[in-house]
Write a protein that binds this ligand. Sequence first.
Ligand SMILES: Nc1nc2c(c(=O)[nH]1)N[C@H]1C(S)=C(S)[C@@H](COP(=O)(O)O)O[C@H]1N2
Ligand SMILES: [Mo]
Length: 229
Amino acid sequence: MGRRVVLGMLGLGAVGVVTGRRLADLESRVLAPIQSRDPTGLTSLLPAGAGFRFYSVTGTVPHRTATGYRLTVRGLVDRPATFTLDDLHRMPQTRLIRDFQCVTGWRVPRVHWAGVALPDLLDAVGVSPRAQAVRFTSFDGSYSESLTLAQGRRRDVLVATTMLDRPVTRDHGGPVRLYVAPMYGYKSLKWLAGIELTSSVQAGYWEHRGYDTDAWVGRSNGQQDAPIT
Ligand SMILES: Nc1nc2c(c(=O)[nH]1)N[C@H]1C(S)=C(S)[C@@H](COP(=O)(O)O)O[C@H]1N2
Ligand SMILES: [Mo]
């Protein structure tokens, strides 16, 4: 994992690009108590992370090798399936160059991403007409996220296998993470293990702690301005 420099998220917010009063309030209300409970692993600077900060709500994450990795897709689908990393590599690949923006204010510009566009994966399993939402689970054992089905059909939502032009590293959620380009970083679930088609959106980890479920960059979580450019 490398040497971690624990950074106060409130401090980051103060130097960040966007901290409106509401956002700052949210951070102190939501994040400070969590930080004091677990000051060791919540956020740290990745030495080789190109400006990314390392986030994990669990601290430790089980390792998944490239060959041992499995992604299960189930729920309201016609053909439940399990994908290996090779399976994902054999599917049509989508590339994106887009910013990564955490709700606390830090941003990494023009990150290179590649992987399987979520709509292509959904087409591969066949979505039932009863499905309204897509839920994601992590092999860290506790993080989860959800999108509406319409959001999940966007071509700028990736089941990402590369990030920064190389396989997604373990710190960044490898071997496979989600990348939801138009939304704040907390939607981009790391260490992706499961995708489930559901009948309604279920609040994810940070949404249970006060953050918006629709996390559009620049117009959620108290932000009303145009997206930050
Ligand atoms: N499983 C999991 N995914 C996660 C998180 C996490 O703690 N656990 N943190 C989220 C948040 S708040 C951000 S900003 C990004 C950070 O991505 P990075 O660790 O690659 O910088 O991951 C998101 N995905
Ligand atoms: Mo974040």
